[in-house]
Design a protein around this ligand. Structure first.
Ligand code: GCW
Length: 638
């Protein structure tokens, strides 16, 4: 008997623990079945909204109203009338669903903060961008390029419809309205009828949640699939193939969003293979999609063979600037936030200054390829906010985020990586939001479980985590000193005989007995600073005015150079690395103090990862200081 009781107890414990495995994300609402909800119309989307509110809203009378006189296609109004009844009104069905999620979130936050926040809801709430997209780098075999949370949730020919529905719900709750389902290193097979039928199934699940499906395409698809002898965009047979393919897609998926294209970059085919420009390639696809209302998102992440010898961070501008004005109106360029490749800190990409006539959208990376992947707690809100402080959100047409979602039970590998998915959605809705406010809401939604709590220290911890990562990995503007291929550990000064020099860490840190850093000035360096608008062009170009956090990005600096605090560069470098490690130490201390407030499973899982992060941070510091020290100490002696 005792044994049975014990095992029952163990089972109950296991069930409790399972309930806190992180799968619920920020949507940890108790089932209340209290609210009386009515709507003046029905549709799959409105029915979801009604159902969510009936199940989870706290006891009230809630009315959902379609009101075509409202101005915003995806916006909503949330109001309380004199009898304290809540009215959500929207021009379109999806606005009602967004309004429903907003109400639930506010109710949950009110509970966590011990105050009712409904009065603070702006009367009108509409997304800033029409394009708020996740980019999945998911391959057809289930693997994910730079995915650190298990296999792809899109399991072709065995689709887990429930999981996809949960995914759709989570995205709708933060306003994401598009998903590019497959890797930009795209397999031509995605366009075959078998796959398109599967994509239709996914699109049907996502549609009621306001999410459109998009696909990454391989530029050589018609040829690779054996249908045409060439993929030349000016060949009429090729153009006809794409038109026919677009027609087929839209027959299955009438609201299909369009194509995302990586062309002539890192070995991918593109119009350059036929001596055609990116504009000629993009326009051919744009013409195929145009009759159906689809768009082409053409990536600017190119550093190709026709630019041999040119500083990699300059290539996007050199390639695309001459094409200004040549793109069809349904083509949007898509550019990474920085000119290199999602480093812990980069200056913004100057192409955002240079292309005035061609719409551009920014590509952020939610998956932490270069920021500790799913092992390090790094909240990316501050990084993205930094980007928006240089690039006016107004100048962008949309926003895309490389997803960090996989089949891991907690979706993102690290419980705190969920915050990056959440923050991306919030910033896509409103790029002017403070990263700190977003973190505060996420913490309350994710860890306070609808109760009052004191978790403000977590907000500070998250806010500091990105700078910590910069400091223990590559402070003061150092960049790309990662281990080859996996981009996880340190490899300062790295070279490999089989890897072109321009991809090697040694090319980026340029450490020698005189100093360290990449000279990108117009006087003695590559001249990359000239691609920036003023005041940045001059500011970055001069050693004296260049912000120290970007110093080694733009300058080759002597080890003995006196920094603003009067100490040498080498001393500052050491201090920064130590600061980074110290911050992770502090994060662990804070997490230890929070133990009573956090459920056991998530507390342990985060704790394990933090310990690992500390080990990694120390390794980064030690390896880098050893390597740079070997030059710096020598130079000090000379
Ligand atoms: O960041 C680099 C990655 C590649 C990626 C490429 C890109 C999808 O290391 O894995 O490929 O950028 O953005 O195209």
């Amino acid at each position: 008997m005792k044994k049975i009781l014990l095992s029952l107890f163990a089972m109950m414990l296991a069930m409790c623990a399972a309930a806190e495995d992180g799968h619920q994300l920020w949507l940890r609402y108790d089932t209340l079945n209290q609210a009386k909800v009515s709507a003046n119309r029905h549709s799959p989307t409105i029915d979801i909204a009604v159902n969510e509110l009936k199940t989870f809203a706290s006891g009230q009378q809630i009315t959902l109203k379609i009101d075509r006189s409202l101005p915003d296609d995806e916006g909503f109004n949330l109001q309380t009338d004199s009898k304290q009844r809540i009215v959500i009104s929207a021009r379109r069905d999806i606005g009602l669903l967004y309004g429903a999620y907003s109400l639930l979130e506010r109710q949950h936050l009110s509970a966590a903060n011990g105050q009712c926040q409904l009065s603070s809801v702006p009367a009108r709430n509409a997304p800033y961008y029409n394009l708020r997209l996740l980019n999945h780098w998911d391959n057809l075999d289930g693997s994910i390029e730079r995915g650190y949370a298990g296999e792809s949730i899109f399991e072709w020919f065995h689709l887990d419809k429930n999981l996809i529905k949960e995914y759709a719900r989570a995205n709708a709750s933060i306003g994401i309205n598009g998903s590019v389902l497959n890797n930009v290193n795209a397999s031509p097979k995605i366009l075959t009828t078998d796959y398109l039928n599967e994509i239709k199934t996914i699109a049907d699940i996502l549609r009621p949640y306001g999410i459109r499906v998009y696909l990454s395409i391989n530029f050589a698809s018609p040829m690779a699939l054996g249908d045409t002898p060439t993929a030349d965009p000016l060949d009429s047979g090729v153009a006809a193939w794409w038109k026919k393919k677009a027609d087929e897609i839209y027959r299955l998926i009438p609201d299909f969003g369009g194509f995302l294209v990586k062309a002539n970059s890192e070995g991918q085919p593109g119009p350059g293979d036929y001596h055609r420009t990116h504009a000629e390639g993009a326009n051919m696809l744009a013409d195929a999609l145009q009759p159906h209302g689809g768009i082409v998102m053409w990536r600017c992440f190119v550093y190709a063979t026709n630019h041999v010898g040119e500083d990699r961070v300059m290539q996007a501008v050199s390639e695309f600037k001459p094409l200004e004005g040549q793109f069809r109106s349904n083509v949007i360029l898509q550019t990474k936030n920085g000119p290199l490749d999602f480093q812990p800190r980069e200056p913004y990409s100057p192409i955002f200054d240079q292309m005035k006539l061609t719409p551009n959208m920014v590509e952020l990376q939610i998956t932490q390829e270069y920021l500790g992947q799913s092992r390090h707690l790094v909240y990316l809100g501050p990084l993205w906010q930094e980007f928006f402080s240089f690039v006016n959100p107004k100048s962008l047409r949309g926003i895309a985020g490389v997803a960090n979602i996989g089949k891991d039970r907690n979706w993102c590998g690290h419980h705190f990586s969920q915050a990056n998915w959440y923050a991306f959605g919030r910033l896509a809705w409103n790029p002017f939001e403070e990263s700190e406010d977003i973190a505060r809401d996420w913490v309350a939604l994710t860890f306070a479980n609808g109760k009052q709590s004191n978790l403000e220290v977590l907000v500070t911890l998250m806010q500091n985590s990105r700078e910590a990562c910069v400091n223990y990995m590559m402070p003061l503007g150092l960049h790309h000193i990662f281990e080859f291929d996996h981009h996880y550990g340190p490899c300062p000064g790295g070279t490999r005989p089989d890897v072109p020099t321009v991809w090697c860490p040694a090319h980026y840190d340029q450490a020698d007995s005189l100093g360290v850093g990449f000279d990108r000035t117009t006087t003695t360096g590559t001249g990359a600073t000239a691609q920036y608008r003023e005041p940045y062009a001059q500011m970055y170009n001069s050693l004296e005015t260049c912000p120290e956090e970007l110093l080694l990005w733009f300058h080759h600096v002597p080890w003995t150079y006196r920094m603003k605090n009067g100490q040498t560069l080498w001393q500052n470098l050491q201090a920064k690395y130590n600061e980074g490690v110290g911050e992770v130490d502090r994060m662990i201390y804070i997490w230890q103090q929070l133990r009573p407030q956090i459920d056991d499973q998530r507390w342990r899982e985060v704790n394990d990862r933090l310990q690992h992060q500390l080990e990694n941070a120390r390794e980064w510091r030690n390896v880098c200081l050893d390597y740079y020290g070997s030059f710096a100490e020598k130079s000090a002696k000379e």
